[in-house]
Design a protein around this ligand. Structure first.
Ligand SMILES: Nc1ncnc2c1ncn2[C@@H]1O[C@H](COP(=O)(O)OP(=O)(O)OP(=O)(O)O)[C@@H](O)[C@H]1O
Length: 274
């Protein structure tokens, strides 16, 4: 269980996250939505301590991650795999090595720097790539892959961390609808099969509705909605996006391509367990 207890984070005069209290049940897939600047990225970065809270506690399995330092902080970060909008792969390295980099938090740094990976690590990387349908690309340079493929490499790298949590910050914002669907399918599959908690910032309501167990809506640093996709009513959407709610604020383009029926066609076994 991960718990935010009255957490506030300000950058100068800007209060990015304001008095947030939230509990994340293990194994949930949670979508965080809100306007640009609502505090979504800061919320995620507070969890793995890329930023530290000004006030409040972030408690995981009984310990306050806000106070971790040194080795304990590194160990905590290794348990929180992060997926970024821009993939953050090392372009000049091959796909397999990029995935093996996921071992950095748990293995000794020097062998990783020298690319001396154990046979067990290589096998784990191969399996992770296979799960993401990328084994044929294992020896290609990362920058020869499409954006969607690169993001799935980033997910395979995350798996090598054996994470308790996957934190995905706008993972599909740079992708076309087909690749967005493949990436969200992969995150959902891993969430279901491995029982890894996934917390995912999304800029499309439809992706949040189609893939998440729970949606957290933020506005001006506060949580203004917290519920299942079914309870995300028009008035809840207004509370999250405000009266100016328009097509710029919420990308409805993916509505037609990412609706549940299409998800069902793309991933029947996924819908069976939803
Ligand atoms: N490192 C920082 N220094 C100064 N201000 C920051 C920093 N990080 C975030 N902010 C500010 O905090 C507020 C919340 O930012 P955050 O990135 O969390 O929002 P967001 O909802 O993720 O937005 P977007 O969808 O555009 O990424 C914004 O006003 C932003 O400018």
């Amino acid at each position: 269980m991960l718990e935010f207890r009255n957490v506030t984070k300000a950058f100068g005069e800007t209060v990015a996250v304001n008095g947030v209290s939230l509990s994340f049940t293990p194994g949930q897939m949670v979508g965080v939505i809100g306007r640009s600047g609502a505090g979504k990225s800061t919320l995620l970065r507070l969890i793995n301590r890329l930023v530290s809270p000004g006030h409040g506690e972030i408690v995981f399995e009984g310990s306050n991650v806000a106070t971790l330092s040194g080795r304990d902080l590194r160990a905590w970060r290794a348990r929180c795999a992060m997926i970024f909008q821009q993939f953050n792969l090392v372009n000049r390295l091959d796909v397999l090595t990029n995935v093996l980099i996921g071992r950095i938090g748990t293995a000794h740094t020097l062998p990783v720097m020298l690319k001396h990976f154990s046979a067990a690590d290589r096998a784990a990387a191969g399996l992770a790539l296979d799960r993401l349908d990328l084994l044929p690309q294992a020896l290609q340079r990362a920058d020869t892959l499409s954006g969607g493929q690169q993001q799935r490499v980033a997910i395979a790298r995350a798996l090598l961390q054996n994470p308790s949590l996957i934190l995905a910050d706008e993972p599909i914002a740079s992708l076309d609808p087909r690749n967005a669907r493949l990436v969200m399918d992969a995150l959902r599959r891993i969430n279901r099969q491995d029982r890894i908690t996934v917390i995912c910032n999304l800029h499309t309501l439809d992706a949040a509705r189609a893939y998440c167990d729970r949606i957290v809506g933020m506005a001006h640093g506060r949580v203004v909605f917290d519920g299942t996709p079914e309870t995300l009513t028009r008035s809840a959407i207004q509370a999250i996006y405000g009266d100016e709610h328009d097509d710029d604020a919420v990308d409805e383009n993916l509505t037609s391509t990412m609706g549940a029926s299409l998800v069902a066609r793309a991933q029947p076994e996924l819908v069976a367990v939803m």
